[in-house]
Design a protein around this ligand. Structure first.
Ligand code: MSP
Length: 514
C-alpha cells in the first residue's frame, strides 16, 4: 500500500517564504516517519505556475512568464534541497504532461453534464486568484488579505456545476475524519450548508493558462488546473487517467496538507471535481494554521517577512525544523518569536540533548576503555529509564500519523530530561571516585547511553541531520536501517567503541539569529 502525501503546489509569484517552508517541513516529517514505519511513501510537492498573478509578476519584471516560472521554480527546488525535504515528486503545472491530463479531466466533467457556460460578474482578487463574495466596502473594495483593490469582472466563462454535488459533499463532510483538525470542519460545513454555487473555471482575458479544449479563447482558471497537478505528479507519462493506473501510482492521496486559507478549494471544490470525473477522493485534508511573527501578520508592506534563507544560513535546518515542529501545535496558528526560538533551540537541543550525549559518552570513554560499558543484561526490565523510553517511543508512534509533532517532540525531550536527571541522581562520578563500584556505574551509564540512542532514533523524522549526528556519536548504523528494530530498549551494544565526542548542536546567539 502506497502512502501518498502532498504539500500545496506553491504559487511561483515569489521564492519560498516561511509559510511554505513550514508546510513543507511538516509534510517532510510525516513522510519520513511513514517511511521509517515501513510504508512505501510518495511525497509530492511542486509549484502552481499559471494565472493572472504569475502573468502580472512576470510583466512587472519585463520577462516572459515561463522565464519567470523557471527562475522561481529553481529557487523552490534549491530551498527544499537545503531544508532536507525528502519529496519523491516535484510537479510543475507548466510541464508538458500536465496539459493533456487537465484537458482529459475537463472532458470527463463535460461529458458528465457538470460544465455549463454563463456570465461571471463579481469582485476578484488577483493575489488570492479568487472571487470575493461579499466585500466589506460597497465602493472600491479591497482584499482583506492582500490589502489591494479588488477588480470588477464581467465576462462569459465556463462554470463547473458545484451545485450538482450539494448532497454528496455534505455527506463527505459528515465523515468525521475527512477534514483535520476537527476544529476546521464546522467552518466548511457552514459554508456548504449556505448552498453550493457553481464556480467559473475558465477565463477569457488570461493568456497565461492552459487552453480549454473545444472553447476557443478560454484558458482554465488557475485553481482548476492546479488541483489536477496532484494527479500529474503521480502519472509520470501524463497518459490517461483511468482508475487502475491511478491506483497503482498512489491515488487516492492519503493526505493533502494545506493552510487553512485554501481549505475550501481542497475540501469542497476538489472532491466535487473528482466525483464528476468518476475518480476516488483524497482520504484526508489537513488544514494547518498560519504563522505570525512576534504577534503580527507577516507581510511585505509591514516589512516583517522572515526570510527562510536567512534563518537557514544563520541557524541551520535542525534549529528551525525543531522550533516549528516543537513549539507550534500543528493545526493551530503559531507565532514565531525570536527570543523563544533561540531559547528553545539552546535549551532543548544544545543543553538537554547535546549535553546528555556529550557528558555520557565522555564518561563512558573515560571509564570503560573508550567504549560503552559492558553490562550483563542489556534489556533488563529493571532500569528506571526503560519505562520512560518505552513511553516516549509509544507516544511518538501514536502522535506522528496525525501530525501531532509537538506531542512527539515533547515525549522525546522528556526522555532526555529524565535521563539527565537520572544521571545527576546516580552521580556515577562520585561512585567512581570511591572506587570499586564499576558494575553499578556500568548499568547506570548504559541506561543513559541507551536513552540517548533512542532519543537519536526518535528525532529522525523531525530533525534528520541532528539525529544522524547523535547516532554517529554513538557509533550507530546510519538511519537507513530498520527503525522498528532499533526502537527497542537494550539494542545498544556493550563494549562498543565510542568516538571522541563533538558537540552535536551549536548554541544560537540572539544577535546572530536574524
Ligand atoms: N497555489 C495555491 C495552492 C494550490 S494547491 C493545488 C496557493 N499557493 S500559495 O503559495 O499562495 O500558498 C501555499 C500555502 O502557503 C498555503 O497552504 C497557505 O496557507 C500557506 N501559507 C501562506 N502564508 C502562510 C503563513 N503565514 N503561515 C502558514 N502558512 C501560510 O495557495
Amino acid at each position: 500500500m502506497i502512502y501518498t502525501l502532498t504539500t500545496p503546489l506553491y504559487y511561483v509569484n515569489d521564492k519560498p517564504h516561511l509559510g511554505s517552508t513550514y508546510t513543507t517541513v511538516a509534510c517532510d516529517a510525516l513522510a519520513r516517519f511513514q517511511r521509517l514505519e515501513g510504508h512505501e511513501v510518495v511525497f509530492v510537492t511542486g509549484v502552481d505556475e499559471h494565472g493572472q498573478k504569475i502573468q502580472r509578476t512576470a510583466a512587472e519584471q519585463s520577462i516572459s512568464p515561463i522565464d519567470h516560472c523557471n527562475r522561481v521554480t529553481a529557487s523552490y527546488k534549491k530551498a527544499w534541497n537545503e531544508w532536507d525535504i525528502s519529496n519523491d515528486r516535484f510537479v510543475r503545472t507548466t510541464s508538458p504532461r500536465h496539459l493533456p491530463l487537465v484537458q482529459q479531466f475537463f472532458k470527463r466533467c463535460e461529458e458528465a453534464g457538470d460544465i455549463r457556460s454563463g456570465r461571471q460578474t463579481g469582485w476578484y482578487c488577483v493575489g488570492c486568484e479568487e472571487f470575493k463574495d461579499d466585500p466589506a466596502e460597497a465602493i472600491n473594495p479591497t482584499c482583506s488579505i492582500h490589502q489591494k483593490p479588488l477588480e470588477w469582472r464581467d465576462e462569459e466563462n465556463l462554470f463547473f456545476c458545484l451545485s450538482h454535488f450539494q448532497d454528496k459533499i455534505e455527506a463527505l463532510l459528515n465523515q468525521s475524519d475527512f477534514i483535520a483538525p476537527a476544529s476546521r470542519r464546522k467552518e466548511i460545513q457552514n459554508f456548504v450548508a449556505g448552498g453550493l454555487r457553481d464556480f467559473s473555471i475558465s477565463r477569457v482575458n488570461v493568456d497565461w493558462g492552459l487552453p480549454v479544449p473545444g472553447h476557443q479563447g478560454h484558458t482554465f482558471y488557475v485553481w482548476f488546473d492546479a488541483l489536477l497537478g496532484y494527479l500529474t505528479a503521480l502519472l509520470d507519462d501524463g497518459g490517461s487517467i483511468d482508475l487502475e493506473r491511478l491506483n497503482a501510482v498512489g491515488w487516492p492521496a492519503d493526505q493533502h496538507v494545506i493552510g487553512k486559507d485554501i481549505l475550501r478549494f481542497h475540501a469542497v471544490y476538489w472532491p466535487a471535481m473528482l466525483m464528476s470525473a468518476g475518480l476516488p477522493l483524497p482520504k484526508k485534508v489537513f488544514g494547518h494554521g498560519f504563522l505570525t511573527r512576534e504577534g503580527q501578520k507577516m507581510g511585505k508592506s509591514i516589512g516583517n517577512v522572515l526570510d527562510p534563507d536567512v534563518l537557514l544560513d544563520r541557524c541551520g535546518t535542525d534549529a528551525v525544523r525543531w522550533y516549528l515542529l516543537r513549539d507550534i501545535q500543528f493545526g493551530d496558528d503559531g507565532d514565531f518569536q525570536q527570543q523563544r526560538f533561540v531559547d528553545l533551540v539552546n535549551n532543548d537541543l544544545a543543553n538537554t540533548i547535546g549535553n546528555l550525549l556529550n557528558r555520557t559518552s565522555s564518561m563512558s570513554r573515560k571509564w570503560f576503555n573508550e567504549s560503552t560499558p559492558i553490562v550483563e543484561s542489556k534489556d533488563s526490565d529493571d532500569h528506571a529509564l526503560r519505562q520512560v523510553a518505552e513511553t516516549a517511543i509509544a507516544t511518538v508512534r501514536e502522535s506522528m500519523p496525525s501530525m501531532a509533532f509537538q506531542k512527539a517532540a515533547e515525549a522525546i525531550l522528556q526522555l532526555a530530561i529524565q535521563a539527565n536527571g537520572y544521571l545527576n541522581d546516580q552521580a556515577p562520578w562520585s561512585k567512581m571516585k570511591k572506587g570499586g563500584q564499576d558494575d553499578q556505574v556500568a548499568v547506570d551509564l548504559y541506561g543513559v547511553l541507551e536513552s540517548a540512542r533512542l532519543v537519536g532514533w526518535l528525532l529522525q523524522p523531525l530533525v534528520p541531520d541532528l539525529s544522524e549526528r547523535i547516532l554517529s556519536q554513538l557509533n550507530q548504523p546510519s538511519a537507513a536501517s530498520n527503525w522498528t528494530e532499533q526502537l527497542v530498549w537494550g539494542r545498544l551494544e556493550s563494549g562498543h567503541p565510542l568516538p571522541q565526542p563533538q558537540p552535536v548542536m551549536q548554541r544560537l546567539e540572539l544577535e546572530e539569529a536574524l
